[in-house]
Write a protein that binds this ligand. Structure first.
Ligand SMILES: *Cc1c(COP(=O)(O)O)cnc(C)c1O
Length: 430
């Protein structure tokens, strides 16, 4: 199909990027399980290697199944291009790689997926990069944290683990004024609930492991480029604006314009870092995306029911769901993610750490796993698992205090989820 901008989300989630296979007419996107592609002749090969012609060389860089997924996610996010890679964490490194060099930093929200806090506070130091964490509800603190060496601002749209909503237009304005890109991790919201590019994001990253695939089968990641950032406006982004020594002096921004970041991600990022998504994973994720809107609607509907029930229960201290009227983020839902606040939130159990452990052990439908965005309901006690590497202050700042559990509400019958929680809360109170 032609990806006309007039098509609705439900149509695009099934059709964008895909067309019947030109060789066989296969209606479903085939899994192109191949490592290499035959060149037409030596000239064709040379043109491909020089990036003068776009085509398939080797599946570390590009693969037709993965390419369909890239186009589909880029379309759903309203970006100009996307690069898929092996996991959400790979996507974060791939997003930062063209922007950073030793001595440069990013300014990141304190409210992030626990693994991201660890990646940014510990692992990226090995590259000579660093991160400054600030409360993104405090715009002055965000401004103050940006210095001459800052190369990006990073946050989640619906932020882990509490399901808080970030004021994306306000943060985008701060990044804009500083002449640096805003990177938004849109994993927990998905483009069905939130389209960060419309709120000013430069790049959107995803763990496709979560809602996009939707059933807990494969890991994957994606970086979507808005195509809107002027990489040549300052000397801050030489990998994109200056001659690239690893590509015979090619200037990515001058040559590829709005697609500079996407081409760099494939030609340098995937070529040299090798964090490639395999075609099987792309297939599972394409299957998942076909029903994204239907699942997200049910995730939201169930999350509202469960959160309301928990909030009214006196064994529960508080519930952080932004879809509750009591949430300080309730008003932001209407502008940032008008179709709902997602399926992720935390609640505090009276009885603290021990009660949380008992609750998690007593649940039957909810699985105790380090994952989110599955069709099935999931729960985790963050303080003893995903956020274990963090200091108690970092845990509290991240919304993962010891008395708190995080739930990812699935698409089962809401009444069954409530009954399961009711029984487990009784066990936790014993
Ligand atoms: C899971 C997750 C990640 C990391 O993704 P992986 O696919 O597990 O590497 C990053 N950000 C968010 C919000 C996540 O939920």
């Amino acid at each position: 199909m032609t990806d006309g901008p007039s098509y609705g989300f439900d149509t695009l989630q099934i059709h964008a990027g895909a067309r019947p296979d030109p060789a066989t007419g296969a209606r479903q996107t085939p899994i192109y399980q191949t490592t290499a592609y035959v060149f037409r002749d030596a000239e064709h090969a040379a043109a491909l290697f020089n990036l003068q012609e776009v085509g398939y060389i080797y599946s570390r860089l590009t693969n037709p199944t993965v390419a369909v997924l890239q186009e589909r996610i880029a379309t759903l996010e309203g970006g100009v291009g996307a690069v898929c890679c092996s996991s959400g964490h790979a996507a974060q490194i791939m997003a930062l790689f063209p922007l950073m060099s030793p001595g440069k930093n990013i300014v990141a929200s304190t409210r992030l997926y626990g693994g991201t806090v660890t990646q940014f506070s510990q692992t990226i130091k090995r590259f000579g990069w660093s991160a400054t964490f600030v409360d993104f509800d405090d715009l002055d603190a965000v401004k103050a944290a940006i210095d001459d060496d800052t190369r990006a601002v990073f946050c989640e749209s619906i932020a882990n683990p509490g399901g808080y909503i970030t004021d994306l237009p306000a943060i985008a304005a701060v990044a804009d004024a500083a002449g640096i890109p805003l990177i938004v991790d849109n994993t927990s919201a998905t483009p069905y609930l939130c389209r960060p590019i419309e709120h000013g994001a430069t790049l959107v990253v995803h763990s496709t492991t979560k809602y996009l695939t939707g059933n807990g089968t494969v890991t994957g990641g994606c970086i979507v480029d808005s195509g809107k950032f002027d990489w040549s406006a300052s000397d801050k982004f030489p990998s994109l604006s200056q001659p690239e020594p690893a590509y015979h002096g090619l200037k990515f921004h001058e040559t590829f314009g709005p697609l500079a970041f996407t081409f760099h991600g494939i030609a340098i990022g995937l070529r040299d870092l090798g964090m490639t998504m395999n075609p099987q994973a792309a297939h599972y994720t394409l299957m998942g995306i076909e029903t994204l809107s239907l699942r997200m609607e049910r995730h939201v509907e169930n999350a509202v029911k469960v959160a309301k029930w928990l909030e009214a229960d006196d064994r529960v201290e508080y519930v952080t769901y932004a879809g509750l009227e009591s949430s300080p983020y309730y008003d932001r839902v209407k502008t940032i993610c008008p179709r709902g606040a997602g399926g992720l939130f935390t609640f505090a159990v009276k009885g603290g750490y021990d009660a949380c452990v008992k609750l998690v052990n007593a649940l039957e439908i909810f699985s105790h796993v380090a994952n989110l965005g599955d069709t099935r309901s999931l729960i985790i006690h963050s303080a003893s698992t995903t956020h274990r590497q963090l200091t108690p202050e970092q845990q509290r700042a991240a919304g993962a205090a010891p008395e708190v559990v995080r739930v990812s509400i699935g698409i089962e019958d809401a009444d069954d989820l409530i009954a399961d929680l009711d029984r487990a809360l009784a066990a936790a109170a014993k």
